[in-house]
Design a protein around this ligand. Sequence first.
Ligand code: ADP
Ligand code: MG
Length: 944
Amino acid sequence: MLSQYAELCAAHEDALVLFQVGDFYEAFCEAAEAVARICEVTLTERSDSTGDYPMAGVPIDNAAPYLESLLDAGYRVAIGDQVEDAEQASGLVDRAVTEVITPGTVVEDDLLEAGTTNYVAAVAAGGGGAESARNDGATTPRVGLAAVDVSTGECLVTAGDTDTVAEELDRIAPAELIVGPEAPAFDPADAERGWTAHEYDPAAFDRRAATARLEPYLSAPDRRFDDDAELRAAGAVLAYAEYTQGDDGPLSYVTRIRRYDPRDRLRLDAAAQRSLELFENRGLGASDTLFDVLDETSCALGRRCLERWLRRPLVDAAAIRSRHDAVGELADRTLVREGVADALAAAYDLERLVGRVSRGRADARDLRSLHATLAVVPEVKATLAGAEAEISAEAGADVPRTDHLRDLRDRLDELAEIRELIDEAIAVNPPPEITEGGVIREGFDDDLDALRATEREGREWVAELEASERERTGIDSLSVGHNQVHGYYIEVTDANLDRVPDDYRRRQTLKNSERYYTPELKEREEEIVGAAERADALEYELFVDVRERVAAETERIQGLADALAELDALCGLAAVAVDGDYARPAIVDDPDAGVEIEGARHPVVERSTESFVPNDVDLPRGAVAVITGPNMSGKSTYMRSVALAVVLAQTGSFVPAQAASLPVFDRLFTRVGASDDIAGGQSTFMREMSELTEILHDAGPDSLVLLDEVGRGTATTDGRAIARAAVEFLHDELAATALFATHYHGLTDLATERDRVFNLHFTATREGGDVTFLHRVVPGASSSSYGVEVAELAGVPAPVVDRARRLVAADAGGTDRVTERDGDGDSRAVANDTDGPNTPSDDTDEQGDASLREFLADTDEGAETGDGDRGTGTDDGADLGAGAEVNGDVSEDASAEPGGDVADESPSDPELAAALREFDLARMTPIEALNALHDLQSRLDDDG
Ligand code: ADP
Ligand code: MG
């Protein structure tokens, strides 16, 4: 047995093999130690002629939780089942791996969350150096991506450059990723949801092998895909899926391999999904996500559909309006909506059921669930037909006639013959086993009924035997019984043995009694057992036949599943719209259309806030709103409510507002400043900047960009410079529509410098003894000393507030730069008050930039107090002389700037001083700024 185990292990090197021994799955040797540790089961020993081996096992009946622990611990588990009947085997029972359970390919309901998707994805490099062009003209290697949900058969294929594929991976959020040769590695740490990534047999990624693999799934695979990269990824992911399902050929329920272009959907990268909390809440307080708010679906199908929709909102105005039409019609008709929802609540997860049916793994209960789901269809159709009649009746008036619901109704395939087949064939409450009888209904098959009748008559005869034998023998204590080993017997106590008739044959001797059988009993018994065995076998055959007939309709059932799923998702959206008092947004299909929302609310925050203050939004296309105001005043919430309205509208939902008119955006970017992104765990300035880089690379006129406190993760001076440069670039070069919440108050003067930049702000008041934020957005910039005001409202002692106010006032008389600097200082103090301690990474950043910051700060101070310094010492004077001379050529420049005397305090290196003079961050793109800053830093370091 151990050598059989070793063989299976060798054939599945990348997996932990569990080996059926009776009622247990056992592991041996090292694997046993892992199983014992991870599953917390006892490590035992097994001995044979070759020695003692550690062994650990889990019960097959209740394997799910143990398998889950193994998957969580990063194992793939190969199930080595006994594939021949132990009783019939001569010698060792044959075992084979029937299934490899991996995080991305589990199909067991126990291991899958209801109503979710579970993908395994593959990435492959294109052959022949295929490349795709980027916005900036550079090319990157083309990468193919394919994902399959083995439980439902959904299969997606796409390709693009590395960034696009990384973004798609974030959306698909596969549980497992397999990587082909030469394919780029994707860092799971970058994604919100990690996945297990591993390399898989390079041969599966081979072009020829992939084509051959795909042939059973679709005709002419090499012509169906855009390029090699897609073909390879699709072939490999299916190879892997087949391998995990026990290698018995193509997965026939993978009927629709869908190629798509990520550009056909609103693109939301991981950062956007994360910061908008679409699916995962990262905040410290509230625990809801947009998906939680939106999920009013009735069944797993609808829930999964809604998740797909929300991960990939539409960009086609007509398609969006069509969903809005349907949501509107359902929202207007409470009875219809509730009727459909009630009916759908009885629907099972048809997608997973049909997957099991088609894999030949469905049991009788699954078929009954399928039947129960099919049974709701006529009811749903009737309800919808009623609604249509109503709509048509109203159509005479000014109700626009739409077809979305009617199309859906047409797609609801009743599959009556399948429903009837199951109903006639399968028992109403069948047992979980399909080999032990009880699964086929009486009246379905004559032979089966005859066998069952024989069995029943035999049992009845036996049941009556006791009475008749008591009468015949006169032994009142005589009893008839049955046991597993000896079968039927007649038991007579020792006291009555003398009355035992001649035809009794002894079967077994007990302490106080004897057990007998009669030739007739034996005959009857054989009849009963024979009939029962044949009936069980026949039932199994009939069951498999029914299952195959159902499997033959896989595509139709999948089509029905899709239609039910959409209907459920639409009903759910309608329920949310009604319950949440949402409005249907007008979708304006015009490249100049901007965002106009009356009374916009944040769908998640409004749920946990007693009195949410709605705000208006008027954001023309290509405009940048710079939003200032104290910490906790509502800036982030406001920006997100705009982005969420866009996401919701393009998903097909109504929006939480009084009224809304929205354009169709094709991409949505968000970036939350490192210091604000407390829950992120990776709050480094570097990360912030690389995400900013992506935005500045890829955003365009059809993008909506949210920047929240960007540039805060570093020293004030360069942070502010980067923020300003980024806004300018967004406005001047990209013409993106953007919202920028910032504590860099100095940015508000961009509104006077740029056409399409305007200011908004939030304020605070005091009510009772507390600072109160009005949460109401108002036009214009907030006061530069709002930090001091809030400090006062919050009860900072008067002398401190007065002193602060004097400092601000003094600065207000100085240069622009100084005002900004000190304003920032104040807001930081407030930030610390309300946000709690700074994150450690924040401090690290500060330290990392310390020398540069001090240097820059010194030069600023030089500007402020330059005169005083100049007369302080003769040593300085000497330096000054030298500096002044060398810097002669830049003095014109210098005099034009308020900080013209900077060079007085500058380091001895005249070149460096010159470079610094020309160092105008405000006119650089962020990337240039970063490079220039980095350059300066290294020169300073060289300088010692
Ligand atoms: P900021 O970004 O300005 O620091 P936030 O947007 O994070 O402020 O808002 C802070 C808190 O104020 C939110 O968590 C929410 O509880 C509350 N809040 C924000 N906007 C509103 C609003 N419009 N109505 C009611 N409460 C709000
Ligand atoms: Mg904020």
